[in-house]
Ligand binder design. Structure first.
Ligand code: GLU
Length: 418
C-alpha cells in the first residue's frame, strides 16, 4: 500500500477527505474504506519502437470505488505518472462523480511515457498493448476510460478498436471522449473547458461581477485551457494571459483568442504569437486578474508562490493544482478557490452523456449537451456554496463534504458501511 499512499497528491487528497469527513460526521469506517482504492493494476507495456528496439513502459489502472456505478476516469500519458499519482486521481474521480450526481464510480489510468517523444505509430502500439493488458478489467458496465493529460480522441478510438477486436463485436460504450464518427458525443471535446467557465460565472456572480467584465489568466492551453479560453472570450471576458509548455503570453488589453487558436492549430505552441508578449509561467500565476484558472498539472500553486498570487478567484481546471499549504493561505487571504472536483467536472459529465447516448443508440444535439451540462454545474456550485455558507468552510471542504455525504448514503444502503 505504501506505493499507493506515499505521493504528495495522494496525501493531500486524503487530508481533504479526512477534514470534510469529520465536518459532516462521516462514519470513520467509511473514511477508512475510501482511503484505499478497490483495485490497482500494474502492467508492463512493451512497445516495438520505430528503430526496432523494444521499450517497456509502466502502465496503471486504479479502480477506486464503484458504489454509485461503474468505475470511470481518464487515461494519462505523462513522464511523471506513477502508481500513487494515478491512485490519487482515481479517488478524485470518485468524489467528482459523486458531487456531480452521476451514477458512476471513480478510476484513473496512466502510462509513464512522454508522448511527445514517440511517433504516432509508437503511440498507437503502446495504446493497443496497454488496452489489451487492462481489457479484463474494463468494459461499458465495468470501467470506462476517457482522455486525460497526454491522450485524446484518437487514443480513445484505438482503445475502442482494440477492446472491440478482443470481444468479437463493437463496443462503443467502453470509452468516452472518442471521435463523434464512432459514437462520441457532440460537445465532449470542449466540455471540461466549458464547465470551467460555467463555474467561473457562478463564482463571479458571488462577487457581483459578470464574466463580460472579468479578466482571466489561464495556465495550460490544451484540452481544458484552450476551450476555457474560447468560451470565456466568446462571453466577453478579457483573457490577459495563457500558457503552455513553450511559455506564457500576455496582453494587457486581452489576447485575441480566435486568432491564437488558429495560430496554435498551425504552430502547435503559443510561443511567438504576434498578438502578445512573452512572460514566464510563474508570472502568469501571479497576474492581478479576477480569475486564475490553472488548467494543466497538479501542485502548481504551492507555498513558494502562493503569496504572490493576486487573483481573487481560482478555478481549478486541472486536478489538484493547489497544494494543501497553499490552499490554507488562500483561504486566509479570502481568495475563493473553486475546487477541481467542481470546476473541472464538465469533462466527466459529458462523458456520462456520451455513455448514455452509446447505450441508448440515440444521439443528442450540441445545445442539449450544453444546456444539460450548464444545469449540472450550476446546481453543483449552488449546493457547495450553500454548504460552505452554512458550515463556514471553504468551497473545497464544502465540495468534498457534499460528495462524501452522497457516497456514504449509497454505501449504507448497499450494506458497505458499518
Ligand atoms: N480526465 C477527465 C477528468 O479528470 C475526464 C474523465 C472522464 O471523462 O471519465 O475528469
Amino acid at each position: 500500500m505504501e506505493a499507493i499512499t506515499s505521493g504528495a497528491l495522494y496525501q493531500n487528497t486524503m487530508k481533504i477527505v479526512e477534514d470534510a469527513g469529520k465536518l459532516v460526521s462521516l462514519s470513520p469506517n467509511v473514511i477508512e474504506r475510501l482511503r484505499y482504492p478497490r483495485r490497482a493494476l500494474i502492467v508492463a507495456v512493451p512497445v516495438k519502437m520505430d528503430d526496432g528496439r523494444v521499450k517497456v513502459f509502466p502502465g496503471y489502472r486504479v479502480q477506486h470505488n464503484q458504489t454509485l456505478g461503474p468505475f470511470k476516469g481518464g487515461i494519462r500519458y505523462h513522464h511523471q505518472v506513477d502508481l500513487s499519482e494515478v491512485a490519487a486521481l482515481a479517488s478524485l474521480m470518485t468524489f467528482k462523480n459523486s458531487l456531480m450526481g452521476l451514477p458512476l464510480g471513480g478510476a484513473k489510468g496512466g502510462v509513464q511515457v512522454d508522448p511527445n517523444k514517440l511517433s504516432k505509430a509508437e503511440i498507437e502500439n503502446l495504446t493497443r498493448r496497454f488496452t489489451s493488458e487492462i481489457s479484463p478489467f474494463i468494459g461499458p458496465d465495468k470501467d470506462i476510460p476517457a482522455p486525460d493529460v497526454g491522450t485524446d480522441s484518437q487514443t480513445m478510438a484505438w482503445m475502442l478498436d482494440t477492446f472491440s477486436l478482443e470481444s468479437g463485436f463493437s463496443q462503443t460504450g467502453v470509452v468516452t471522449g472518442k471521435p463523434v464518427e464512432i459514437g462520441g458525443s457532440l460537445g465532449r471535446e470542449a466540455a471540461t473547458g466549458l464547465g470551467v467557465i460555467f463555474a467561473t460565472e457562478k463564482a463571479l456572480e458571488k462577487m457581483n461581477k459578470r464574466i463580460s467584465e472579468a479578466t482571466l489568466a489561464i495556465q495550460g492551453f490544451g484540452k481544458v485551457g484552450m476551450f476555457a479560453a474560447i468560451e470565456g472570450y466568446a462571453k466577453g471576458a478579457r483573457v490577459l494571459a495563457v500558457s503552455d509548455v513553450s511559455g506564457a503570453l500576455y496582453n494587457e488589453r486581452g489576447l485575441n483568442i480566435a486568432e491564437l487558436v488558429r495560430y496554435v492549430k498551425e504552430k502547435k505552441v503559443v510561443k511567438d504569437f504576434p498578438g502578445g508578449q512573452h512572460i514566464s509561467n510563474e508570472e502568469l500565476l501571479t497576474l492581478p486578474v479576477d480569475v486564475l484558472a490553472p488548467c494543466a498539472l497538479e501542485g502548481v500553486i504551492h507555498k513558494g508562490n502562493v503569496h504572490e498570487v493576486k487573483a481573487k478567484i481560482i478555478v481549478e481546471g486541472a486536478n489538484g493544482p493547489t497544494t494543501r499549504e497553499a490552499d490554507e493561505i488562500l483561504h486566509g487571504a479570502k481568495v475563493m478557490v473553486v475546487p477541481d472536483i467542481l470546476a473541472n467536472g464538465g469533462g466527466v459529465v459529458v462523458s456520462y452523456f456520451e455513455w448514455v447516448q452509446d447505450i441508448s443508440w440515440l444521439f443528442w444535439n450540441e445545445d442539449e449537451v450544453r444546456n444539460r451540462l450548464r444545469e449540472i454545474i450550476y446546481k453543483a456550485f449552488d449546493k457547495c456554496w450553500a454548504f460552505a455558507e452554512q458550515e463556514k468552510v471553504n468551497m473545497r471542504t464544502a465540495a468534498m463534504g457534499t460528495s462524501l455525504l452522497r457516497l456514504e448514503r449509497a454505501m449504507k444502503l448497499r450494506g458497505q458501511a458499518w
